[in-house]
Structures are given as structure tokens and as C-alpha cells.
Write a protein that binds this ligand. Structure first.
Ligand code: PMP
Length: 285
């Protein structure tokens, strides 16, 4: 984090140290807000239209008026990228229900949403973990019933990721009724011994991953078979390959789940190909 870091706060681009959020912001008190994250590669936003569409949908689902249209958001994102000289990393956007005296019910009509945006420099393309492959664990999914909404209420994911860190691995796949829902901050995929790419169908049980949608399209174009179905944990253990996807990790090979090697314990060949295809897409902007 450089001293010249600039963030966006409610209409202004301000130095990081001067960006202050009021105590009564409902994002802070109730996690009453929505967020979105787009990757930046070569100074360009990746899959951004889909991220902005999901932001609009999530806001609509909890009754917060979207303060900007897609073109408006993208202008702010690009201005933030420019002001922070960001070449590779992430742009974070958050909209809360605004600032009002603490009360569970919605604040008075006309209360302005709180908007915060910042960038994070990060190596997303040449990530050494993608060469090595990630080890992961499974944990119980402790979340609420509307996981399709990208809410800032992330306590269950924070606890899941901390369990992963304490286990010395990179990600936790959350499990409900014996089947994987998704990663703490990613979508879960396996590839069967027959070469079928498998991921859970969309529902309120998981976030509709933007990278998931692109990877499924790329897999179809590469003539891989695709099946959207539940993945019991035992099925994941026996997979030929496994990986997870997100805006910040793209396509991340998984080489071990709960201490059991996946396939030959190396990033799988279809997975590596899908990562390359996604990188091509991302670089093309
Ligand atoms: N599931 C969860 C719970 C996540 O937090 C994320 C990361 N935003 C994803 C899936 C992956 O979504 P995306 O590909 O849109 O980043």
C-alpha cells in the first residue's frame, strides 16, 4: 500500500488515510450492503460487464437502489485504476444502505447509499500457486439461505478461510448435506476420470460466479463435457482433477483435498488448459 493510494468514497477520490466511514454506516453495523470485485489485467477490467450486472442484481434483491448505471461504474473503476497506476490486481466496490440512526428496519426513504471503492495490486496471472496447485480442506457451510446475493456479511467465509490458513492450505470448500456448495471465496469444480467438468448448478445455495460462467463457456468451446450437479465430498476425493475459480484466482488447480491427493497430485491437464483459455480471454479484455 503506497502513501499515494487513492480510494473512492461517496462521490470523491480521496487519499486512503483521509477516507473515513461514519460509525452509523449500516454496512458497519449490520453488514447491510453488497460488494463486487473485478480483476484488472494489463490495466483492463476482466469480465466486468457481468460483475456489474451481478452487483445490480444483488442490490435489487435487498432493496438498495443502484447509485450508478454500468457505464457510470466503469468510468469510476477506470479512473480509480488510473489514479492508482494499477496494472494487475483487483477493484473492490461496495454499496451499503447508508448512514442512519441504528434501527433494524430500513432507514428513511432518501437515505443515500454509502459507496466505497478501492484497488488492490496483486499478481493474478503469473501466480506461483497456479503452477504448484492448491491444497484445500472441506468445512461445514455455516451460511444463510440467500448465498446468491453477494452480501458483505462474510463471517462464515472468514471463519472457513481461517480454518484453511490454520491447516496450512489455500482454500476451504464448504459442505452442506454432504455436498460441496462452493469455496469460501471461489466456485468449486471437479473433472471426473471420464473427463467431464462438474460444478454445482446455480441456486440460492451459492454465488453465481462470474468466472464460473466464463469457464463453463470456454470448456464447452473446448469440447469438454459439462455436468452441473451436486458434488458429494467423496466424489471430489475421487476426481481426476479439481480446481476453483474466482475473479482473484482465475482458474486455480487443486492438488489435494483434506490431505488426499487429487489425480496424480499435480495440476491436471484439462485444468491447466482451462486456466490458459481464461488467461487468453482476460488478456483480450
Ligand atoms: N463463491 C463465493 C462465496 C465467492 O466469494 C466468490 C468470489 N467472489 C466466488 C464464488 C467466485 O465468484 P467470481 O468468479 O464472480 O469472483
Amino acid at each position: 500500500m503506497t502513501s499515494s493510494r487513492i480510494v473512492y468514497l461517496n462521490g470523491d477520490f480521496v487519499p486512503f488515510a483521509e477516507a473515513k466511514v461514519p460509525v452509523m454506516d449500516r454496512g458497519y453495523l449490520f453488514a447491510d450492503g453488497i460488494y463486487e470485485v473485478s480483476a484488472v489485467l494489463g490495466g483492463r477490467l476482466v469480465d466486468n460487464a457481468a460483475h456489474l450486472a451481478r452487483l445490480d442484481r444483488s442490490l435489487g434483491e435487498i432493496g438498495i437502489a443502484n447509485p450508478h448505471d454500468a457505464a457510470g461504474w466503469e468510468r469510476l473503476q477506470m479512473e480509480l485504476v488510473r489514479r492508482n497506476d494499477l496494472v494487475e490486481g483487483l477493484v473492490y466496490m461496495q454499496v451499503t444502505r447508508g448512514v442512519a440512526e441504528r434501527d433494524f428496519a430500513f432507514p428513511p426513504a432518501g437515505t443515500a447509499p454509502g459507496v466505497v471503492m478501492f484497488t488492490q495490486a496483486k499478481t493474478v496471472a503469473a501466480n506461483p500457486l497456479a503452477e504448484k496447485g492448491a491444497r484445500i480442506i472441506t468445512v461445514e457451510d455455516l451460511r444463510w439461505k440467500r448465498r446468491d446475493i453477494k452480501s458483505v456479511a462474510l463471517l462464515a467465509q472468514v471463519l472457513a478461510k481461517q480454518q484453511a490458513v490454520e491447516a496450512g492450505v489455500s482454500e476451504a470448500w464448504m459442505v452442506e448435506d454432504g455436498a460441496v456448495t462452493e469455496g469460501s471465496s471461489s466456485t468449486a469444480f471437479i473433472i471426473t476420470r471420464e473427463g467431464t467438468v462438474v460444478t454445482r448448478p446455480l441456486s440460492t445455495a451459492l454465488l453465481p460466479g462470474i468466472t464460473r460462467a466464463s469457464v463453463l463457456r470456454l470448456a464447452a468451446e473446448a469440447d469438454l463435457r459439462i455436468e452441473e450437479r451436486l458434488i458429494p465430498v467423496e466424489m471430489a476425493y475421487e476426481a481426476a482433477e479439481a480446481f476453483y475459480t474466482s475473479a482473484s484466482s482465475f482458474v486455480m488447480p487443486v492438488i489435494q483435498i483434506d490431505g488426499r491427493p487429487i489425480g496424480d497430485g499435480q495440476p491436471g491437464r484439462h485444468t491447466r488448459r482451462l486456466r490458459e483459455l481464461y488467461l487468453d480471454l482476460a488478456r483480450a479484455g
